[in-house]
Design a protein around this ligand. Structure first.
Ligand code: ASP
Length: 285
């Protein structure tokens, strides 16, 4: 089967980060071209995105309202092996910690124990903060104080933006994998966990394809969005029809984006701008 990989830079991402999506797709496709596994290609693509300080994952992640950075990441392959971390702190690449969880007896590790697990696996302490992430926190705090909040953040009574990263891939042997990594949204209490590390919400992979989602995690979780898109592909829809359908059903006015790959090609949909890149220009193969 022809290998395929898609990478995204998050719902609402600035078109100026398109080069990041392309660099990630290139890193992943290098592995697929040599006959490598979809899972390894997804990981390689996400590492590139996490290392890009312009994106809200790994280096450059959003800060919680108390100034801390707690990151979420999840990973799954078509044989239903999954690994995820929630609220992991002071590591460079949460997706690599998720990979270590995938090879452990568990699926999801959270909080300080996820960080301790990362250390035990050799991930050294690393500060993912950047001057830009500090400036974005200041901006969010100002909006909270002034009550200038977007609709999804109304429960903050007075909460913006993301730029999560993700990738989906199909390798030569027709195996699928999906991964997603994020610093979260603009308005977050310490301890908040979004959709990104939740199987079926932020990512899903099975024998019929792979899906990575982005947007407001609180809503995506309730919609079990990645599994919804997957189920559409499993029932025979092309990936692009599956993502369009899922977005048509999703509540209006809540930022959301999806990428998917299946045996019949790939699909991408977002309610606004979303930088993404694919290794094949044709959606339906
Ligand atoms: N889904 C992520 C979260 O809610 C944010 C994003 O995709 O932009 O944590």
């Amino acid at each position: 089967m022809r290998p395929l990989l898609l990478a995204h830079c998050g719902a609402g991402s600035d078109p100026r980060v398109q080069d990041a999506a392309e660099a990630a797709a290139l890193a992943g496709s290098g592995i697929l071209r040599k006959g490598g596994r979809a899972l390894d290609a997804v990981i390689a693509a996400i590492v590139v995105l996490e290392d890009d300080p312009r994106l809200n994952a790994g280096t450059g992640s959003r800060m919680r309202v108390d100034g801390r950075i707690q990151m979420d990441a999840g990973l799954m392959d078509g044989s239903l092996e999954a690994g995820a971390v929630a609220g992991v702190e002071s590591v460079r690449n949460p997706i690599l910690v998720a990979r270590d969880v995938l090879t452990s007896p568990h699926v999801l590790l959270a909080g300080p124990d996820a960080t301790a697990f990362a250390r035990s696996k050799g991930h050294p302490p690393y500060d993912p903060a950047t001057p830009e992430s500090r400036a974005r926190l200041e901006e969010s705090l100002r909006k909270i104080r002034e009550g200038h909040l977007p609709r999804y953040a109304r429960k903050w009574k007075s909460m913006d933006f993301h730029g999560t990263v993700g990738a989906v891939a199909r390798d030569r042997r027709g195996r699928f994998a999906a991964g997603t990594s994020t610093g979260g949204t603009a308005f977050m209490m310490p301890g908040r966990v979004g959709d990104t590390p939740i199987v079926g919400a932020g990512f899903y992979a099975g024998a019929a394809g792979a899906v990575s989602t982005t947007g407001i995690g609180e809503e995506i979780m309730k919609w079990v969005l990645a599994k919804r898109v997957y189920d559409q592909m499993a029932s025979g829809r092309t990936p692009h029809r599956a993502v369009d359908r899922a977005l048509a059903d999703f509540p209006r006015g809540v930022s959301v984006g999806v990428i998917a790959v299946g045996s019949r090609g790939w699909g991408e949909a977002c309610d606004g701008p979303m930088a993404f890149a694919s290794t094949s220009p044709r959606r339906t193969l």
